[in-house]
Design a protein around this ligand. Sequence first.
Ligand SMILES: Cc1cc2nc3c(=O)[nH]c(=O)nc-3n(C[C@H](O)[C@H](O)[C@H](O)COP(=O)(O)OP(=O)(O)OC[C@H]3O[C@@H](n4cnc5c(N)ncnc54)[C@H](O)[C@@H]3O)c2cc1C
Length: 410
Amino acid sequence: MAGIGIVGAGISGLTLALRLQRLGVRSTLYCEDDAEGMRAARLPNTVARMGHTQARERELGSEHYRDPGCLMRTAGLSIKGDPPIEFTAHVSEPFHAVDFRLLLPALMDDYAARGGEIHVAGTAPDAAQVDRWSRGHELMVVAAGRRSVAELFPRDPGRSPFDRPQRVLTAGLYHGLDLGPVFSYNISGGAGEIFRVPMMTRAGVVSAVLVEAVPGGPLEPLSRTPWKEVPDTLLALLREHAPRLAERVDPAAFELLGPRDLLQGAVTPTVREPVAELPSGRIALAVGDAWITNDPITGQGANLGSACAWVAADAIAAGGPYDAAFGRATAERMWEAAAPVTDWTNSFLRPPPEHVIRLLVTAVTRQDVADLVLSLFSDPPFAWALLSDPDEVARIVDGGGPRLYDRVNL
Ligand SMILES: Cc1cc2nc3c(=O)[nH]c(=O)nc-3n(C[C@H](O)[C@H](O)[C@H](O)COP(=O)(O)OP(=O)(O)OC[C@H]3O[C@@H](n4cnc5c(N)ncnc54)[C@H](O)[C@@H]3O)c2cc1C
């Protein structure tokens, strides 16, 4: 055995494995579970993948589940208030949502069919196991998600402003909420955010709803509600906090697909050290949620994991030695993609500054601004460059010759 050892078959590990395969670099994928086990697992997330992630999958020859019903070209934003702030936008590159219990096994099958080597561990291994595996490889990449091998990659306090979850999450797959191929983003000040995407699942396209509750606020109890009571409780909360979404619910048909199609929990936004030196003398490089776990509020974690896997694959294919200096240089390149995502996501967990509110209010009456705002989700570097700069927002709002704005092809 030689080549690269990859721990974890999420979107980060699989994108890396498929890209290395394309670049002619040998790898072994160490997974907790096989494809059948992944299909039968609990709902892991409700991911919308943006244009650049889909483009990478296309380049890998691994496009799956391109049903028009789960490709979103329209997005609506609604902020509760009197009057509410509401607008609908056209998204130039459609968002795509597939249950990861379908998508990841499909990517895994692609890797295996092209000769990739898969080792199913059955359990989540610890640092000692990663070290043992590393003896058969030139480099280990750990892409084992947020429950990662944490002792290898300590939290980086300088890049992790929070020490506890900023939202409490309830994600589920529901029958009985029909909105078509539309991304719906609802904000209820002080309570949290509610997202709805049309998602391809084993039952066809259904609605995935993610409730991001401010801890201690009125949406939080949903995260502790028994699964059978979740639809009724959620419908009552939608009526209060996301009335546009509630209007599309058929109360008689509104139900979860099943008990395993619900995820309740919380994420502490964390950036970890990206490089670990193993007793074997090899290094381990963290990628994806194993390195950076962002709150899902901006829908970027999987997109970032895919982007960083691509950067890592190109660095690996350029050749070794795969020592600590290689690890640090690769992490620096990945951070160029990760920093704007992390800064933007952490800022969205706090109350919005005045210039962002002005931008949203302007979007109500200007379609070009509405389209711009919802396209930000497809371009995190641009999103953060704009949203972190009150002068740039003012140029757009006041219509006075924006610089960044010219970059966007709406
Ligand atoms: C409710 C919710 C909604 C979300 N919505 C979005 C969204 O809209 N857009 C977006 O981009 N992101 C979203 N995210 C974030 C996204 O799900 C994650 O960022 C992404 O899935 C991380 O991928 P990963 O491959 O790095 O890790 P994971 O998906 O966690 O995959 C890690 C894999 O490694 C395996 N594993 C774990 N430990 C070990 C081990 N020690 N050894 C071997 N294998 C191991 C696991 O079984 C798993 O298969 C959302 C997250 C949540 C919770």
